[in-house]
Design a protein around this ligand. Structure first.
Ligand SMILES: Nc1nc2c(ncn2[C@@H]2O[C@H](COP(=O)(O)OP(=O)(O)O)[C@@H](O)[C@H]2O)c(=O)[nH]1
Ligand SMILES: [Mg+2]
Length: 231
């Protein structure tokens, strides 16, 4: 697989910020002096996200846009990994709530690791206390049940060696539980994972229904735990 960087951004109703933020990402990635692409994986948007994404991809060969009909960032993630051209696969959020220096750190770490966990808990986070508290509870339970040590299972600011996760794509959850799944599967397969600090400033209202997300993730967590006990 070609050596380079695929930056993956899931997008849902991001018309207002898409063009400016994609430009910021391509400008940033261009400085890294290695082949790269920015993949925008959209599903279910009801605003002009798809139209803008198609235009951005047409104007810049380094930008790829695709659309899958049903909602769910996990569906978009799996499709993004399938389409990736390069060996390093790094995820960001469309609102660029993470400090982009994570991209440099992830690229370096993926030289010798299969996955990089960008961790707000180890770095810095400016988010509402309710969201921080809800995340922390979920992280603790994940670690207790699945025996993992990480401090951040959100979908953004994660990096993977593309080849290392391709074998697990059929297991990817359609919604937001896939980070745990990928790290869990990689751990079982003997993969090398490193956690690094990331800075995050996110004051924007979430695209997710957080209450629904909460229940959904706990359900998925218990299901994965139960399965792990069986095998
Ligand atoms: N493809 C896709 N992306 C989504 C979906 N829901 C949210 N996203 C994207 O996921 C990223 C994180 O969303 P955000 O609302 O900032 O989440 P939060 O701040 O982590 O609660 C953003 O880039 C969103 O556009 C979805 O259903 N499909
Ligand atoms: Mg956000």
């Amino acid at each position: 697989m070609a050596s380079g960087l695929t930056i993956f951004i899931p997008v849902y109703n991001e018309a207002a910020i898409l063009e400016g933020n994609v430009r910021a990402v391509t400008d940033y990635a261009a400085r890294l002096k290695r082949p790269f692409e920015v993949i925008l994986g959209s599903n279910g948007s009801t605003d002009r996200t798809a139209e803008i994404g198609v235009a951005l991809a047409k104007a810049d060969p380094r930008v790829v846009f695709f659309h899958v009909p049903e909602r769910g960032p996990g569906r978009a993630f799996a499709e993004g990994v399938r389409r990736a051209r390069y060996d390093r696969f790094v995820t960001l959020d469309a609102d660029l709530s993470f400090d982009m220096r994570f991209v440099d750190d992830a690229v370096a770490a993926l030289e010798s690791h299969d996955a990089v966990v960008g961790s707000k808990g180890l770095g810095m986070q400016k988010r509402s206390w309710v969201r921080i508290a809800a995340s922390n509870t979920f992280i603790r339970l994940t670690n207790l049940l699945l025996g993992m040590p990480y401090r951040d299972y959100s979908i953004g600011a994660k990096g993977y060696r593309t080849d290392a996760i391709r074998p697990f794509l059929h297991k990817v959850d359609a919604h937001t539980f896939y980070t745990q799944q990928m790290l869990f599967e990689l751990t079982r397969a003997g993969g090398k994972i490193i956690e690094i600090p990331v800075r995050c400033e996110d004051r924007r209202a979430s695209r997710f229904n957080l209450l629904h997300e909460g229940f959904y993730r706990y359900g998925k967590l218990f299901a994965l735990w139960f399965r792990s006990l069986l095998d």
